[in-house]
Design a binder for this molecule. Structure first.
Ligand SMILES: Cc1cc2nc3c(=O)[nH]c(=O)nc-3n(C[C@H](O)[C@H](O)[C@H](O)COP(=O)(O)O)c2cc1C
Length: 418
């Protein structure tokens, strides 16, 4: 499960931040927790555009996609901080990321009963129609005497307190599992597969379907190639090295941006004759509608569904198993959303991967066998004549989001042989 934690304080030194950091470290095997700040969010003003604040956009995007939210609230004058209230006003006015979102409240403060009054207020606020969160009932975790509660490593000293915190968090995990069933997926807007909404990186001078798109765009942008060094987040490589690296991957990678423009593929790992939409060099730069022009209308709808689902944050990935008559092939397609720094949708990466050789290797190395299931799993879907309904699994993280069966979808490659 993926949770986000909101630090309800905008102070540089905050016991509520310490509490969330402790929860993140101590319970990392139970869930992932990303701690988010509110210190740069301006005071709520309904005349201003919420999108102008980077931190608000980040909060909106992260909360929207999280399985649950843990709010650590301080207590100021027997209520929550003005900073936290302001954030909740922003996020309940034009946008409503808390709607039907499981939320747990914790709090740290100086005094014995610290945050109990703030927590009562916060519950009421989270219940307001514009916020509409599903707040975990009971389980009031109050960390009083916060100054003495942590050791020098930021760990809570009292064992009983840690045990109680763990019980509350376990209850929250169960609650998220139940409440997620009530979640209403956000409606999927119609996708523009014709790239009519250029983004900041779109080169508008060259038609996306131009077969010489790569060469022409390279000239306009002065794109580097060959032995020129490129600085990446975690390394420096030449363009040749990047190409070599990507082409050696034992799977196919594709990249379509948030304007639905097909920008890149690493290598044709799959026999083009088994694909509806063959992967050929002139596809780079194409409109998604062109990449999929040979697909029947129903499959085109699937492409739109996959992109729309990833774009609106209903799921982080969509995965399909594509049946193949060849017993040496267990082909999966994994479509994963990419995000800009503010957490907004940046497009799709796709991995087309035959994991049969890896599966065989794993079974041989560990001595394990596949049992049950009845589909002859190790020889894959190969002998399965029911090729009409390949399931796509999906999720923001795990069981909380198993969306069940989704359309067999070929978002960017259109690869499928049935
Ligand atoms: C303006 C103000 C009002 C406060 N009121 C309360 C209060 O009503 N109850 C309480 O337990 N602590 C109160 N405190 C002390 C806070 O518990 C303490 O500052 C705490 O560290 C705030 O959380 P933080 O460290 O995450 O910012 C107050 C602090 C300030 C600055």
């Amino acid at each position: 499960m993926k949770f986000v934690g909101l630090v309800g304080s905008n102070a540089d030194q905050s016991y509520n931040r310490m509490l969330l950091e402790y929860i993140r470290k101590q319970f990392k095997l139970k869930f992932e927790l990303e701690v988010l700040e509110i210190d740069e969010v301006p005071m709520f003003n309904q005349d201003q555009d919420w999108k102008e604040s980077f931190q608000l956009r980040l909060l909106y995007n992260k909360i929207t996609r999280a399985d649950g939210v843990i709010i650590a609230t301080p207590e100021h004058n027997h209520t929550i901080t003005a900073a936290l209230k302001s954030v909740l006003e922003w996020l309940s006015y034009e946008v409503h990321p808390f709607e039907n979102k499981p939320v747990m409240i914790v709090g740290a403060s100086y005094y014995d009963q610290g945050t109990s009054r703030a927590q009562v207020h916060l519950r009421k606020i989270l219940d307001a129609p514009g916020v509409n969160a599903y707040t975990l009932p009971g389980n009031e975790f109050l960390l009083g005497k916060a100054k003495e509660a942590f050791d020098e490593n930021g760990s809570i000293i009292n064992e009983g307190t840690v045990k109680f915190l763990e019980t509350c968090l376990d209850n929250f995990i169960s609650y998220v599992g139940v409440v997620s069933k009530l979640k209403k997926p956000k409606p999927i807007e119609t996708e523009d597969l014709d790239c009519n909404h250029p983004i900041s990186t779109t080169i508008t001078e060259v038609d996306p379907d131009d077969p010489d798109w790569v060469e022409k765009v390279a000239e306009i942008t002065g794109a580097v190639s060959g032995n020129t060094y490129v600085k990446l987040d975690h390394g420096i490589l030449t363009v040749d090295q990047i190409n070599m690296f990507l082409k050696s991957m034992p799977f196919e990678l594709t990249y379509a941006d948030d304007n639905n423009q097909f920008l890149y593929y690493n290598n044709a790992h799959q026999d083009p004759d088994t694909m509806f939409a063959k992967r050929i060099p002139s596809q780079s730069g194409n409109r998604m509608s062109t990449v999929h022009s040979s697909l029947p209308a129903a499959r085109m709808k699937n492409v739109e569904w996959v992109i729309g689902t990833l774009r609106n944050g209903n799921q982080e990935y969509v995965r399909t198993l594509i049946p193949n008559p060849n017993p040496a092939v267990l082909n999966t397609h994994n479509y994963q959303a990419m995000y800009y720094d503010d957490g907004s949708y940046a497009g799709i990466n796709e991995i087309v991967f035959n994991f049969k050789p890896w599966l065989d290797w794993y079974l041989e190395t560990t001595g394990q066998r596949l049992v049950g299931g009845g589909t002859g799993a190790s020889s894959g879907a190969s002998n399965n004549s029911n090729h009409g309904a390949s399931d796509a699994t999906s999720g923001a993280s795990d069981s909380a989001h198993t969306g069940g069966s989704t359309p067999a979808a070929d978002a960017s490659s259109g690869a499928s042989s049935h």
